[in-house]
Structures are given as structure tokens and as C-alpha cells.
Design a protein. Structure first.
Length: 282
């Protein structure tokens, strides 16, 4: 993770006591700012500072519109959009709630497999949010461990962040196909082929994430070093490697279904959520 700004520059721009770098992505870098007033409330906030060289007003409008249409514990809350002056120039900034608890990626670092009960609780929360998105014909397109935060460190309260690649299925697309949009290790076979992402692509990414939590491994890829995209397309077909014996067969079957290389076989977010709720009550 790299930043184009310093903590001192960010703190000065927001007139706050301290700032710390959280991460960067295709469209901007994210910082935590402390003891800052937003909408009359003093607290800690997460600010996504958009890259000036990649600024696209239509993309910003799409991301903010996607965030503003929801008021859900499972989706990060957008509090403000403002232009902020830095030493190198003015940048557009998205001000969001700061979520304590760290990302799934941070919580997995060196932790190994997660307990099955925690994974089921996490999956119920995640699929509830994905179902909320899909119900209004929106897709995220970049579900991965770094883009899911555990609210207050609770596996049962996952929160989706970074809607920079999200879009409504009826929205104008700014992507010229064939093109690959997302993060390679969590791209569905159709995304790797350069085709449009659909709801089933989000289901695939959730399947990869759940498999990883249950096994501490990617279902298909050991390493991407030295591999071409065509090699990855060949890898992500068929059933993944078997899961540990303590994973309930119904949960394993559901995850395998989500990882089908045929989109129509993955099922919907609603079906996965129904299956997960049955598992959670056993």
C-alpha cells in the first residue's frame, strides 16, 4: 500500500490532530482522521481522497449515489462529499463513517482458519447485504477481504466498503468490453474472460471469500506469480479442493455451488441467505 500524501498533509487539510493511512485503491487512497467535526459531530472518520489523475465525475456520482441509497449496518455510511485543498492541489473527498474492527484481510493475517460458527454468522451478514444490493439491481464487482470490515471486530457484523466499481445493472457502463474489472483472485471466470460482471459474479466472489475463511486457502489459486490471465481462466473451473471434515456438508455444498463456473448454477443471494439461515439455527 502506498500513499501520495503524508499524515501531516492530511491532518492539516482536515484541521485534525492526527491522520493515519488505511490503504489505497484504483480510484483513491483512504485515511483515518481523528477528532474531526463532520455534520456537527466530532469523532473519527474515514476519508477517501480521490486520485486527481483518475478523477471522473460520472464515476464519483455513481459511487456516491450507490452509497446514499442505503441506510444499512452492512454498508459503509457516506456522510459528506467535499473538495479539500492539499499542498498539491484540490482533491474530491468522500467522508465516511470510520469502522473499528479492521478488514477481513487484516483479521485473517496469520490467523489461519476461522471457526465454522463464526463463518456462518459472517456469511449470513454478508449475504444479507449482497441480497440488499441485488434486490435493487446493483452489483459491487469487487468483493474481497480488504473490502469487508468487521464492525467492532464482530464476525457477525460484516460491512461492505469501497463502491468505486459498483454499478446498477441498468446504469450506463464506462467499461469497454472485453475488459477485466475487479481483483484477479476474486474475479469470476466470466470476469477473467473480460465479460460483463453480473449478480452471479458477486456470488462467485462471496464463494471465494467463504472458502478462504473455512480453509485458509484460495479454492483454486496457490499463487499468481508467473501466471498469465489465460492460465487463471483454466484454473478456476470445476469443483474446488475438498474442505476440512468439520465443515458441515450443507455449507460445503453451498460454497461449491457458489463457485460453479456456470453462472446460472451459482444461485441467487436470496437462495444462499435462506440456506445459511437454516445452518445458523442448527
Amino acid at each position: 500500500m502506498t500513499s501520495t500524501l503524508t499524515a501531516e498533509e492530511v491532518a492539516a487539510a482536515f484541521s485534525c490532530e492526527a491522520a493515519s493511512f488505511l490503504g489505497d485503491g484504483a480510484f483513491g487512497e483512504t485515511w483515518k482522521i481523528c477528532d474531526t467535526e463532520v455534520n456537527g459531530v466530532v469523532g473519527d472518520y474515514a476519508v477517501k481522497i480521490l486520485h486527481a489523475e483518475q478523477f471522473n465525475l460520472k464515476l464519483v456520482d455513481r459511487e456516491t449515489a450507490g452509497l446514499r441509497r442505503f441506510d444499512s449496518d452492512g454498508i459503509v455510511r457516506l456522510l459528506d462529499v467535499r473538495d479539500v485543498v492539499f499542498a498539491a492541489g484540490t482533491r474530491t473527498v468522500l467522508v465516511c463513517e470510520y469502522l473499528h474492527g479492521g478488514s477481513v484481510k487484516q483479521n485473517l493475517d496469520g490467523a489461519g482458519r476461522q471457526a465454522v460458527d463464526d463463518v456462518v454468522a459472517f456469511a449470513v451478514g454478508l449475504m444479507s447485504t449482497v441480497d440488499e444490493l441485488h434486490a435493487v439491481e446493483m452489483i459491487h464487482r469487487d468483493i474481497k477481504p480488504a473490502n469487508v470490515i468487521l464492525r467492532d471486530g464482530d464476525w457477525a457484523r460484516p460491512v461492505l466498503i469501497d463502491f468505486g466499481l459498483s454499478r446498477g445493472l441498468s446504469d450506463e457502463t464506462f467499461t469497454a468490453y472485453p475488459a477485466r474489472v475487479g481483483t484477479v483472485a476474486y474475479m469470476s471466470p466470466e470476469q477473467l474472460r473480460g465479460e460483463k460482471a453480473r449478480k452471479a459474479s458477486d456470488i462467485w466472489a462471496c464463494g471465494v471469500l467463504l472458502y478462504t475463511l473455512l480453509t485458509d486457502k484460495h479454492p483454486y489459486i496457490v499463487t499468481t506469480d508467473g501466471l498469465q490471465l489465460d492460465d487463471l481462466i483454466d484454473l478456476v473451473v470445476g469443483a474446488p479442493r475438498p474442505m476440512p471434515d468439520d465443515v458441515p456438508s450443507a455449507l460445503e455444498e453451498m460454497v461449491i455451488r457458489m463457485l460453479s463456473d456456470h453462472e446460472y448454477q451459482r444461485g441467487s443471494s436470496r437462495r444462499a441467505l435462506t440456506d445459511l439461515k437454516k445452518l445458523a439455527t442448527k
